[in-house]
Design a protein around this ligand. Structure first.
Ligand SMILES: C[S@@+](CC[C@H](N)C(=O)[O-])C[C@H]1O[C@@H](n2cnc3c(N)ncnc32)[C@H](O)[C@@H]1O
Length: 258
């Protein structure tokens, strides 16, 4: 059979800069945000997509370095056949994630709930339709005994080695810190109320970036717990400052008194 060649139609941006510490499925990634940049020449194909709340992203696991026909999945210690797990080190390293589509602005899709590393090449997008894609009465094989671990399990470096800076995993700390913004579900709602849906989402992304960059200021502490403690203080103050700032929701019909 002939080899098949695909050309990426875009690129997925997320704040997961490394493959470790990432949610292991999109369904367990509630609150993580990202964007999909569809290259201009394919943008016309996005027509009518904005009516769907969820989309299926099909992408190339570009950070995979090895291929194995058997591997230990993240939620189990037993070696399983690669086609019975969802790990990335497959013969054709293709991933699929059903993510929430927040909005479409020209060629950019704003998405939530993703388990995908930054700069991942995008191969295709399809609308998620429960009538097509959801099934009843399913069996989930070896996962039956392990599925309860889904929300708590994060990826580690079993599919490839990660970079450790000065003995501490700074990237992991960055991701954990950025995730703290999502822990408090009310915060994004409050931002949206204050700044409008679009403004709130934008500010949320800005804050994630500020937090990620701030971690570098504490790396001299060279201790995971101490850095997380300092980041906790920083994030609390950042949230308080933003919510107490005097900014109006541009979409709000209620005018402030005075
Ligand atoms: C278990 S896979 C599942 C991915 C997808 N939901 C699926 O079922 O095909 C999720 C893990 O893949 C890894 N990953 C995400 N994007 C990647 C990429 N571009 N290259 C290599 N690994 C990636 C992350 O470690 C993440 O936790």
């Amino acid at each position: 059979m002939k080899n098949i060649q695909f050309t990426p139609i875009g690129v997925i941006h997320s704040f997961f800069k490394k493959t470790e510490g990432v949610p292991i499925q999109a369904s367990a990634a509630k609150g993580t945000s990202g964007t999909v940049e569809v290259f201009q020449k394919y943008a016309e194909g996005l027509k009518d997509l904005d009516g769907f709340s969820h989309i299926i992203l099909i992408y190339y696991f570009h950070r995979v370095k090895k291929v194995s026909l058997k591997a230990k999945p993240f939620m189990d210690d037993e070696v399983r056949g690669i086609f019975s797990i969802r790990g990335p080190s497959r013969p054709n390293p293709i991933g699929i994630s059903i993510v929430r589509l927040e909005k479409v602005v020209e060629n950019i899709l704003y998405i939530m709930d993703l388990d995908i590393v930054d700069e991942t090449p995008l191969l295709d997008i399809k609308p998620y339709v429960p009538e097509f894609d959801a099934r009843k009465d399913v069996k989930i094989g070896w996962l039956e005994k392990h599925i309860h671990k889904l929300s708590k399990t994060k990826s580690d470096n079993r599919f490839q080695k990660g970079e450790i800076v000065m003995g501490i995993d700074l990237e992991m700390i960055k991701q954990m810190s950025a995730e703290r913004l999502c822990e408090d579900e009310g915060f994004l709602s409050e931002l949206r109320e204050k700044l409008g849906d679009e403004g709130g989402q934008k500010k949320f992304l800005e804050l994630e970036n500020i937090i990620i960059e701030k971690v570098d200021d504490f790396k001299h502490l060279n201790d995971h717990d101490k850095i997380m403690e300092e980041m906790g203080i920083f994030i609390r103050k950042l949230k308080d400052d933003i919510l107490s700032e005097d900014i109006d929701n541009p979409n709000s019909s209620q005018k402030k008194p005075g």
